[in-house]
Ligand binder design. Structure first.
Ligand SMILES: C[S@@+](CC[C@H](N)C(=O)[O-])C[C@H]1O[C@@H](n2cnc3c(N)ncnc32)[C@H](O)[C@@H]1O
Length: 190
């Protein structure tokens, strides 16, 4: 009996070490290929959005560079959005996201795509969520505002677009600017 307990323990431990190894391998390869590594939205930022953001019911949202879909699971849990799409080129994060979605109650509202941000047609989404490093924001700024539809809202986490003034900024309790909201035209959002 004791033998089986030990065996199971060692198998579980081995599994964790293997996953950890895969994660660091992926991180190393991403950095080597000069690709952005996957870092999920921070829980404190998600809590802030839950408190301060209003997203209209029945609308659609795309997460550009979704990683494992952490932010989208958050949006589908706390906002009445009906159609949520995510895209990423990081296969490891997508694989992890597909696995996590098996246990997620609102997974039927999410659809996952392998794909480059630049190849996405964002023209019919009501909300566009982005949590990307500054050089990606700079690179994507013109494209996003040229192809988003009138009335759509871009919700940017942490790193704002470098050249454009946000319509609204949501600050955390320490008065740090965290969430930046953009539209084609200015309007009050929350
Ligand atoms: C900081 S993570 C954000 C993850 C997720 N949006 C969240 O908030 O939890 C940035 C993600 O963008 C992805 N990414 C960066 N450039 C991309 C591109 N050109 N096309 C698709 N995905 C990209 C990276 O693979 C990474 O997973």
């Amino acid at each position: 009996m004791i033998f089986w307990h030990w065996l199971i323990l060692w198998i579980l431990l081995g599994g964790w070490i293997f996953l950890l190894f895969l994660y660091f391998f992926h991180l190393f390869m991403s950095l080597r290929q000069k690709k952005a590594p996957y870092i999920g939205s921070y829980p404190r930022h998600l809590r802030l959005m839950k408190q301060k953001l209003f997203l209209a019911p029945g609308e659609s949202l795309i997460d550009l560079g979704c990683g494992d879909g952490k932010a989208l699971r958050f949006f589908s849990r706390y906002f009445p959005i009906t159609h949520l799409v995510w895209c990423d080129t990081n296969r490891f994060a997508l694989w992890r996201g597909r696995f996590l979605n098996r246990f997620f109650p609102f997974a039927d509202r999410l659809s996952l795509r392998y794909g480059d941000i630049k190849a996405q047609d964002i023209s019919w989404y009501d909300y566009i969520y982005m949590f990307l490093f500054p050089h990606y924001m700079e690179d994507l700024e013109e494209r996003i505002f040229a192809s988003m539809k009138e009335g759509a809202v871009v919700v940017v986490n942490t790193f704002p677009f470098p050249w454009r003034e946000p319509d609204q900024i949501i600050k955390d309790q320490q008065w740090r600017e965290v969430i930046f909201l953009y539209t084609k035209k200015n309007k009050q959002l929350c």
